[in-house]
Design a binder for this molecule. Structure first.
Ligand SMILES: [Zn+2]
Length: 226
């Protein structure tokens, strides 16, 4: 593992680096982004500048609980997504009865002030759309809601480590912070197989918090595949 020069990032991102190794060994469940120290640009406020680390952790867990809720129930509105395999719809008269069950992954986008902007649940089976991952749906809805594609200052929370597609979408959306729950060793692109969000060749790198409520997030998936 090499040591990095304090995270200074030239605007052009002129530091072609082999992205396949630098961060992988430094990312561990429950730890903040290794490069967070001295980071510049969007998302720096979420990092070590926050004197109240405990408060931040609490907030992240609260947000993750909301993402877990979405993973199980789907978005509240429209009834487009059915309940998860557990079959319980929390406190609402949501229509039940989706034939093919989607893998329960939930995502929420929060605005810079902590306002919930949009949610998404994996709807690949429901819609027959290979790109209908929770993160993509939540990003689209959040952008639609605020009326622009740039989501800088926003935070995306998702119950499972994003795949390559979603990691790419997260970079393109310019979200400042990404928080995920369970690690996905088979397809994960935020530290497991690749580390797209912290690839130094890209000019936007969100801050990443991994393994938030990892146990709960992994348990939800295990229950689905049982
Ligand atoms: Zn994905």
């Amino acid at each position: 593992m090499r040591s990095e020069p304090s995270g200074h990032v030239p605007a052009g991102g002129a530091e072609p680096t082999d992205a396949t190794d630098p961060s992988l060994e430094t990312v561990r469940p429950g730890q903040p982004t290794p490069g967070a120290v001295g980071r510049v640009g969007p998302g720096a406020h979420e990092g070590l500048a926050d004197p109240d680390g405990a408060g931040r952790r609490q907030r992240h867990e609260l947000w993750m609980r909301r993402a877990l809720e979405i993973a199980v129930t789907g978005p509240d509105t429209g009834g487009a997504a059915g309940p998860g395999p557990a079959g319980t719809v929390a406190g609402s008269a949501e229509p039940v009865g989706v034939a093919v069950e989607d893998i329960p992954v939930g995502a929420v986008v929060y605005g810079p002030d902590g306002t919930e902007l949009a949610v998404g649940r994996n709807e690949r089976e429901l819609t027959g759309d290979p790109t209908a991952h929770a993160e993509v749906l939540a990003l689209r809805r959040a952008a639609e809601r605020i009326g622009r594609w740039r989501l800088d200052g926003c935070t995306l929370v998702v119950t499972l480590e994003p795949c390559t597609m979603c990691a790419g979408a997260l970079v393109l959306s310019r979200v400042s912070t990404v928080i995920f729950g369970a690690w996905e060793p088979k397809t994960g692109a935020v530290g497991s197989l690749w580390d797209v969000l912290r690839d130094r060749r890209l000019n936007h790198r969100p801050e990443v918090y991994a393994g938030v409520l990892e146990t709960e997030s992994a348990a939800l998936l295990r229950a689905f595949f049982r």
